[in-house]
Design a protein around this ligand. Structure first.
Ligand code: HXC
Length: 259
């Protein structure tokens, strides 16, 4: 498939890398771009060779939000009947392999929300996060009012969503929104290092870890722990569990087969 608004490549045949590619609009996210992003994610997710995905943007912008020019004339019936956001932005929620957001520059509005839909965020030191929708007379609409407080707590989420201010990478790491901050010129090395490390583990355990952590946001503690316990038990049926433990016991490197 050819894409117009993203570019797609692989690293070492294992990592699927998707680069948002509307640089003149600071990667503002319109419907066509989100269609392409969803298609690329689904295609990598279905590819047996791919173990991890990365979404990134340009140095200046991961994404400066949903496309304001496109949204400006939308009516209620347009967005309601067209299932705006749900129709294509939510595709990422069905992706079962890990997705890392590599964020440099602006991650604002829907851009911040897209980063938060990824499994974790590694940020360059020039990254700036915010939910400035309030300045446009709207509120975050792709999960920002839900994922941001889960990540950074109520106080900071309210502060960001109600004032529309940006926070820098240091503040975002301190608040728990991003897992690591690195110098801009090291961003992709750091992200690919993490992605390749994940690819070397067994896919069943990687997918189970992702599924189980995501369950923490959907359930109470007892149900979440039971969900984890059952997946933990199930992994004893995999060849990768036998391989991983045998490799440790025999002091050799594990060679996982994703089975
Ligand atoms: C459409 C955008 C855009 C956006 C930037 N551009 N952000 N176009 N939608 N979200 C365009 C500008 O219009 C401009 O086009 C070009 O990108 C460069 O932007 P500048 O403003 O000239 O750059 P700069 O002065 O460096 O300022 C950068 C910026 C600013 C601070 C990020 O662009 C900005 O505030 N953008 C809007 C951020 C925002 O409000 N995001 C939330 C959107 S609402 P021209 O043609 O003039 O060169 C949202 C709702 C989510 O995301 C709901 C669910 C998804």
């Amino acid at each position: 498939m050819t894409y117009q608004l993203i570019t797609v490549r692989t690293e070492a045949d294992k990592v699927g890398i998707i680069t948002l590619n509307r640089p003149k609009q600071l990667n503002a996210l319109n419907g066509d771009l989100m269609d392409e992003l969803g298609a690329a994610l689904k295609s990598f997710d279905a590819d047996e060779k791919i173990g991890c995905m990365v979404i990134t943007g340009s140095e200046k912008a991961f994404a400066a939000g949903a496309d304001i020019g496109a949204m400006a004339t939308y009516t209620f019936s347009d967005v309601y009947k067209g299932d705006y956001i749900t129709r294509n932005w939510e595709t990422i929620r069905s992706i079962r392999k890990p997705v890392i957001a590599a964020v440099s520059g602006f991650a604002l509005g829907g851009g911040c929300e897209l980063a938060m839909m990824c499994d974790f965020i590694i940020a360059a030191d020039n990254a700036r996060f915010g939910q400035p929708e309030i300045k446009l007379g709207i509120i975050p609409g792709a999960g920002g009012t839900q994922r941001l407080p889960r990540a950074v707590g109520k106080a900071k989420a309210m502060d960001l969503a109600l004032t529309g201010r940006m926070m820098d990478a240091t503040e975002a790491e301190r608040a728990g929104l991003v897992s690591r901050v690195v110098p801009l010129d090291k961003l992709m090395d750091e992200v690919l290092g993490a992605a390749l490390m994940i690819c070397d583990y067994g896919q069943p355990s990687v997918m189970a870890a992702k599924e189980s952590i995501n369950r923490a946001f959907e359930s109470g503690l007892s149900d979440g722990i039971m969900f984890e316990r059952r997946l933990f038990h199930a992994l004893f049926a995999t060849a990768d569990q036998k391989e991983g433990m045998d490799a440790f016991v025999n002091k050799r490197k594990a060679n996982f087969t994703n089975r």
